[in-house]
Design a protein around this ligand. Sequence first.
Ligand code: FAD
Length: 330
Amino acid sequence: MEDFTKIKNILGPLRVFENEPLYKYTYFKIGGSARLFFEAKNVEDLKLALETATEHKIPFVVLGGGANVLVSDQGFEGLVIRNRAEGVKLVGIKGTINKIGKGIKSALVWTASGTLMNQLGRFTMDQGLEGLEFLLSIPGTVGGGIKINSHFEVEKGEFLGNRLVSAALFDSKTGQVKNVDHEYFNFAYDHSKIQKTGEVVLEAVFRLDNSPDPGALWQKAMDNVKRRNEEQPVGVACSGCTFRNISVQCAKRLKTPNLTTSAGYIIESLGLKGTKIDGVQISTHHANFIINTGGAKASDVIQLIKLIKEKAKRTYNLDLKEEIFYVGNF
Ligand SMILES: Cc1cc2nc3c(=O)[nH]c(=O)nc-3n(C[C@H](O)[C@H](O)[C@H](O)COP(=O)(O)OP(=O)(O)OC[C@H]3O[C@@H](n4cnc5c(N)ncnc54)[C@H](O)[C@@H]3O)c2cc1C
């Protein structure tokens, strides 16, 4: 068995756990154990853990909120870094603040990457800043959100990446931190460049405009929560949408109703809504959600994903692509 004493000494012997079950840290409530597990409590912690893993050539993975991952039943043979580096603050203001505290035109907001998106959304609304109120109903951290370019109403341009100005990334290939701007990420629907590079977000800065009607921000955010609760399953173990929506070209080719690009529509039209395999089921509420009905294994989820993909290919010649990320060997 490998000797991890050095790693433990660097990160703190009482802060590194061996064989820690990972299901506890995922929304799916599925997954085996991490060989080593460490919780980063601030950006410095996160950086140190990443540098240590890189230097000692130990495979690592960063977990944010665990809202968009499927962890293998065999767990992860390396260091799992749970990112709890939280913090959000105003770092720049454009405009002048008058006696009653008004007059800000736009502001720069800094966040540590382990900050919950929900927390970032709340902070910006409390400051009367608009543009990220849709985050109130999205689980997970800013780092995980940047990787997938978290979104709500796509047609209205509600993407996390649209507001990002700059970020600090850790690159395990060089062991260095680099500062990058918005363009670096090549943001698109469910896409950012770091999905390919594997770089880790340490911190990020967002630019937001002052809202002409700050009171309406919370109303809009609450309306979103209400809508989500009506349209999606609530209070169940799942990882949100399993598949990315299809392209507009595919929607045109398939002549979907109102040219919907919804992967949920596709799965429902395949007659798969409600399908069960052992501990998992395609939600009867929203067909793009796979639910752990109790004691599910990652292999059950994989079987269901395979079934959906095969039927989509056979019926529509469509290659559905997962939105969730895999952790460990599959
Ligand atoms: C009920 C439910 C509803 C959802 N609704 C939405 C929705 O409306 N819109 C939407 O966009 N998403 C939605 N999601 C998906 C999820 O909220 C987002 O994908 C979110 O960005 C996941 O963040 P996380 O911190 O939990 O990431 P994790 O699940 O922890 O990780 C996801 C991936 O990001 C990587 N990662 C994590 N932190 C970092 C970092 N700091 N730097 C680099 N990579 C990192 C991980 O290694 C992994 O590959 C939903 C999920 C659930 C469970």
